[in-house]
Design a protein around this ligand. Structure first.
Ligand code: GLN
Length: 491
């Protein structure tokens, strides 16, 4: 079995048929990563010994004919803001360069319980702030489709690892698009669950009212398997909810999917979107029509306020969440004690050196919008705008079951193209951010054959393009179901 062909489903079948052992495949992955990751830069750290031990455990189960979960022995990559006991968790920040996690995130605990294997931790924008992974405090990650281009962000390392076949699947976090946008740029599937469906315990927080953990996979079917495993209420995250996702998630019925009405919001098919992207998304729409799915034009009138609303609420939460980092225990910043006179000076120095420019920009912005005299003008107003954006979706979902949009206005852009203009970078999340503000589930799925003429507008090389399906709260089954039947279409 070639690593390129491995999905969770195929891995599991191969393991059961004894075509290979989990240990063999895990070793193969590390050998391949050693070569390939020199070019891509998806991983920040690897965890060979522990991965081998976990793979051996899976093989032992097979040898003893014990019942096996679909994820037993499956090699995964994990974004570096999700804690795995004993492994580094830097969130790609110098301020956490020396930090090793002392407990497992709830998602990791759940994945360990079903026997998954963790290859290592992946690169990201520092504290998940960014859309290209260029804000990592450590290194660049390249897009496997075109090494001159970014993999997207902030979970760029996880998306690139799956796209370059350096893991069967991966996990990331999504606060404003950080799973869906890199999935679109790298040609893989990325799912952001409903807010509250997955515990955030053990995720290094960015903006707690928006953050969710979700999977990157090669197929929609794999995304459903991983999502079902990690979902559910957790006593350590009071915003998590008891969910009753059933087998419908894994085995959707075509007759149910055909009954869905899909909305196309006029605010998402606008002139700023690259023609190649519109063309690609339209081809996906036509393919769904061939399945018998109905489409309807809708409007989400407050979409135009989403970006400004997000860039008030998110930094406000960031400034609070990042106040805890003093860089004293977990950074490598050297401290010439003689020059530091008092505690305030120490904090100033540690935080100035430990955080990168984008993180500092957001802490300053967040502190400002929360400060007395500005709170009502900015923060309170943004909360009201957020409610209107959510209401738009509530209204739309009275008429339709699912909403289909582009994931991003462009395919993967070049390194440096947007780094000098933060606003240009922020705009790349314009279609993903409203979903987080409303707490909805959404998935990014690669358009079939989008990699030829459609993306040539920006590149001589074919680049992947994703489309986004947004579901009602707790209706991951609808978007996963549509995705699975799209995947099965022969085109
Ligand atoms: N790119 C967006 C930002 O910079 C979203 C980040 C994310 O989802 N973590 O905030």
């Amino acid at each position: 079995m070639h690593l390129h062909d491995l999905t969770i489903k195929k891995f599991h079948e191969g393991l059961l048929k004894k075509d290979f052992s989990a240990l063999e495949i895990t070793k193969e992955f590390f050998d391949y990563i050693e070569v390939k990751d020199k070019e891509i830069g998806a991983y920040l750290s690897l965890a060979k010994d522990e991965a081998f031990l976990r793979a051996e455990k899976a093989d032992l189960k097979i040898a003893k004919d014990e019942p096996m979960d679909a994820l037993s022995g499956v090699p995964l990559a994990i974004k570096d803001n999700i804690l795995i006991d004993g492994q580094p968790a830097t969130a790609a920040s110098k301020i956490l360069e020396n930090y090793k996690a002392v407990y497992d995130a709830t998602v990791i605990k759940k994945l360990k319980a079903v026997g998954a294997v963790f290859l290592g931790k992946t690169n990201m924008d520092e504290f998940a702030m960014g859309s290209s992974t260029e804000n990592s405090g450590f290194k660049l990650t390249k897009n496997p489709y075109d090494l001159e281009r970014v993999p997207g962000g902030s979970s760029g390392g996880s998306a690139a690892a799956v796209a370059a076949h350096m893991a069967v699947a991966a996990f990331g976090s999504d606060t404003g698009g950080s799973i869906r946008q890199p999935a679109s740029f790298c040609g893989v599937v990325g799912l952001k669950p409903t807010y509250g469906a997955v515990s955030r315990h053990g995720l290094i927080a960015m903006a707690s009212s928006l953050d969710q953990i979700g999977p990157f996979t090669k197929t929609v079917e794999d995304a459903a398997i991983l999502f079902k495993t990690i979902a559910g209420k957790d006593q350590f995250d009071s915003t998590s909810v008891e969910t009753n996702y059933n087998d419908e998630l894994l085995n959707p019925k075509l007759e149910d999917v055909k009954k869905l009405t899909v909305g196309l919001p006029e605010e998402y098919f606008i002139s700023g979107v690259e023609p190649g992207v519109i063309k690609a998304v339209e081809s996906a729409i036509n393919q769904f029509k061939s399945l018998g799915i109905n489409f309807k034009k809708i409007s989400l009138p407050h979409t135009k306020y989403a970006l400004s609303c997000y860039y008030i609420i998110m930094p406000a939460e960031v400034s609070a969440n990042l106040a805890r980092f003093d860089g004293i225990r977990y950074s490598k910043i050297q401290n010439p004690k003689s020059k530091i006179q008092n505690l305030l000076e120490l904090y100033k120095r540690q935080r100035s050196e430990g955080f990168g420019p984008e993180v500092k920009r957001r802490i300053i912005l967040g502190t400002f919008v929360l400060s007395s005299g500005y709170y009502d003008a900015y923060y309170a107003k943004a909360q009201k705008a957020r409610a209107l954006i959510k209401k738009d979706f509530d209204e739309a979902f009275k008429e339709v079951d699912v909403i289909l949009t582009p994931v991003a206005p462009t395919p993967a852009f070049k390194f440096g193209e947007k780094t000098s203009d933060p606003l240009a970078m922020y705009l790349s999340d314009i279609f993903t951010i409203p979903v987080n503000l409303a707490g909805l589930p959404a998935i990014s799925i690669p358009v079939k054959q989008a990699t030829s003429d459609m993306s040539r507008v920006t590149s001589h090389k074919p680049l992947p393009i994703g489309f986004q399906l947004i579901g009602k709260h707790w209706r991951e089954a609808d978007i996963l179901g549509m995705g699975m039947f799209y995947e099965r279409l022969q085109i």
